[in-house]
Design a protein around this ligand. Sequence first.
Ligand SMILES: [Zn+2]
Length: 384
Amino acid sequence: MTPPVSPDAKKVAKLALLKLISRRVFPDVFTFRLLRILGIDYERVKEPAEKVFVSRFLGGCAGAFCISVDFDNRRDDRLEVDRTATLEILSLCEEFNIPVTWAICGVTAINEKDVFQRILDSKVKHEIAIHTFNHVDFSSPECTEELAKSQILRTISLLPPGAGRETFIFPWNREGYFNVLNELGFIAYRGRGRKLAYPSKNNGLWNIHPLFYLSEKNYTCSNLLKALLDLAVSREAVFHLWFHPWNLEKNGDASRYVKDTLRPLFEYAESKRREKKLWVCTLGDIANYCEARSKAKISFEENSRGMDISVECRVEDIRFRKNQVLTLGIRIIKDVRKTLVRLDGSSIPAEEPVFKKQDRRTGVIYLNLLLDKHFKNVHLDFES
Ligand SMILES: [Zn+2]
C-alpha cells in the first residue's frame, strides 16, 4: 500500500506544476487539463493577430491583477482581528499603491465604523463594492426581488455619493437577481467558478472570474501566489485574488500573515507593473475597459510612409464610464524610434506619454486613447 501524500508534499507538487505551466514547458493544449488537476478552469480566447488591435488590457499589459476583499464580518469573536487585519491591508496597499475592490456589507460598515471610514479615507483610490446589507444569499428562494433591492440600496445609503455603483460581490459568490443589478447600474461581479480567463459578459455584467481564495490555510503560500501571477501574465488573463480580512489571522494576529504572505506578492506585482507587464486595477476598472474594448471598431490604411487608423467606439450603455482610456496596439516593422504619431490632426512626438510602451522585440507600439469622442483618428508617420 502506498503511504498517504502529506499536505506539504502536495503544496510543493502544486507549485512545481504551476511554474512549469507558466513557463510553457508543456504545449498549450495541455494547459487546460493540467490546471484542472489543480482545481482551476482555464479558458483561452484565441485572437487573430491583427495589425492594429485593441490591447487585451490597459497599457498593453499582458495580464491583470485585481483583489476583492469582503468586509463582511458579523461575528463578535472575529471583530478585533477583522479590524486590525483591515488596517494592515490598507497600509500595505498604501505602501505599494495597490487598489483593492472592497466588498462592503452594510452591517459591517456600521459595526466597524471607524475602520470603514479608514477605507474611504485611504490615499489609494480603492473601489467600494456592494456585498448586500447583512450577507443575504441572492440565489436562495427565500430572497425576494424586493429584499435583494433593499439590501443593496440600504448599503449604498451608507456610502459617499456616487460610490458603490459599479461592482457587486455576491455573498458566497452565489449568483442571482441580475435584473436588479442591471437596473441599479452595476457592471461587474465575481462569479462562482474559479477560472484563469479573460473576463466574460453574462446577464449584462462582466464576470471578473476569481482565481484564488486566500484562506487561513494558505499562510506562507506567497510562492504559489507569485506563480499564479506569472501564469496570468503568460496566458494574458486576470489573476483575481479574494479573501476576508479575518482570513489573515495567524495566532490571533494579522501582521505576520500580511508580512509573510501578502507583502511578497505585492512586491512581486509591483515589479511586474514596473516592467509594464501587469495592470494592477479594480474589478470596476476591468469591466469598463472590457466594455469599451468590445465596442471598438478599427479600420486602417497603410503605405510606405505611414498609417491612417480610425477607431470608432460607441459605448451607449450609460452604466459605463464616459471617459474611458483604451489602448491601441499597432504592429509595425519600421524603426519605432522614428515614428511620429498624430492624434486627431495634432502632432504628438514619440516622447509624449501617449507612447505607453515600445516593445521592439515584437514591434508593437501601444497608444492610450481617451475615448471622449466616438471617433479617434490616429496618423502614424514613418520617418527615416
Ligand atoms: Zn461575504
